[in-house]
Design a protein around this ligand. Structure first.
Ligand SMILES: NC(=O)c1ccc[n+]([C@@H]2O[C@H](COP(=O)([O-])OP(=O)(O)OC[C@H]3O[C@@H](n4cnc5c(N)ncnc54)[C@H](OP(=O)(O)O)[C@@H]3O)[C@@H](O)[C@H]2O)c1
Length: 247
């Protein structure tokens, strides 16, 4: 864990999995909105440094914290870092996730547990560990879900179940943490493809989308910012899917 710049008194956001892709866009958008940002990452050290540098160029502070969210102690360690380095927390974005193919035919109990730990249990532990700091600032939690919560996929059982569980927690925690902390979710449709997807797979996923293209990380980040800045919205899930669920 290391620090890349000194703190100021500005509001602080913690974004998990913020080194690249959607998490990076969220971190940059929140910096544009005036936040100092704690960038959590696991393996992507170089990309995390690049995200921090971009935030510092915009005049805000950025800190890097590395942790494996499959480790049951990760949430406590991350929040201890936030408390010690940033001294406050206004926004928690649970963005990091593992996207694991798993059908009934290749069900793997150990892999199932790992996906639930990373995508569901540790995000809940982060909400719990962050609550005292968030409460002081009347803060916000944003959980990243997936439109798979509405349209189950038979080949992503562990991933889909973890996101459906996180949707439930989003709404339940909105009640449990009110009135001081708001809790909302963003459920993207297809946005950034896994690197190994073929052109044909990309076409198949995009062709049923009424808006005829994937979303962009920046469009997901705008939804996060909207929810952060919407003081009377809690317990809501915004689907950002180009209309995919209509089809
Ligand atoms: N991409 C899409 O089209 C799409 C569609 C629907 C929903 N979503 C949701 O939107 C969010 C962001 O999507 P994305 O595609 O940008 O995510 P991603 O690239 O698949 O993953 C984001 C980050 O999660 C971190 N991560 C994975 N396993 C981890 C672990 N064990 N410990 C700590 N960090 C771990 C990785 O950090 P390191 O790289 O540092 O290891 C990774 O960069 C996710 O919650 C995803 O489920 C995405």
């Amino acid at each position: 864990m290391d620090q890349t710049s000194p703190a100021s008194n500005a509001s602080v956001a913690l974004v998990t999995g913020a080194a690249k892709r959607i998490g990076r866009a969220v971190a940059l958008e929140l910096a544009r909105a005036g936040f100092n940002v704690v960038i959590h990452y696991h393996h992507s050290l170089d990309e995390a440094h690049a995200t921090a540098a971009a935030i510092q160029q915009s005049g805000h502070s950025a800190w890097l914290v590395s942790a494996d969210l499959n480790d049951a102690t990760a949430a406590g360690q991350i929040l201890q870092f936030v408390q010690q380095q940033a001294g406050r927390l206004d926004v928690l974005v649970n963005n990091a996730a593992e996207f694991t193919p798993m059908s009934l035919d290749n069900f793997d109990a150990a892999r199932w547990q790992q996906t639930q730990q990373i995508n569901l249990v540790t995000p809940l532990a982060l909400c719990q560990a962050a609550a005292p700091l968030l409460r002081q600032q009347r803060g916000v939690i944003i959980n990243f879900l997936d439109i798979a919560i509405d349209r189950p996929w038979k080949n992503y059982l562990a991933y889909g179940a973890s996101k459906a569980g996180l949707e439930y927690l989003t709404r339940a925690l909105a009640r449990a943490l009110a009135p001081e902390i708001r809790v909302n979710g963003v459920a993207p449709g297809i946005t950034v493809f896994p690197d190994d997807y073929s052109d044909e797979q990309r076409r198949q996923l995009t062709s049923p989308v009424p808006l005829q293209r994937p979303g962009t990380p920046e469009e997901m980040a705008h939804a996060v910012r909207f929810l952060v800045e919407a003081p009377y919205i809690t317990g809501q899930i915004i689907r950002v899917d180009g209309g995919r669920l209509l089809v």
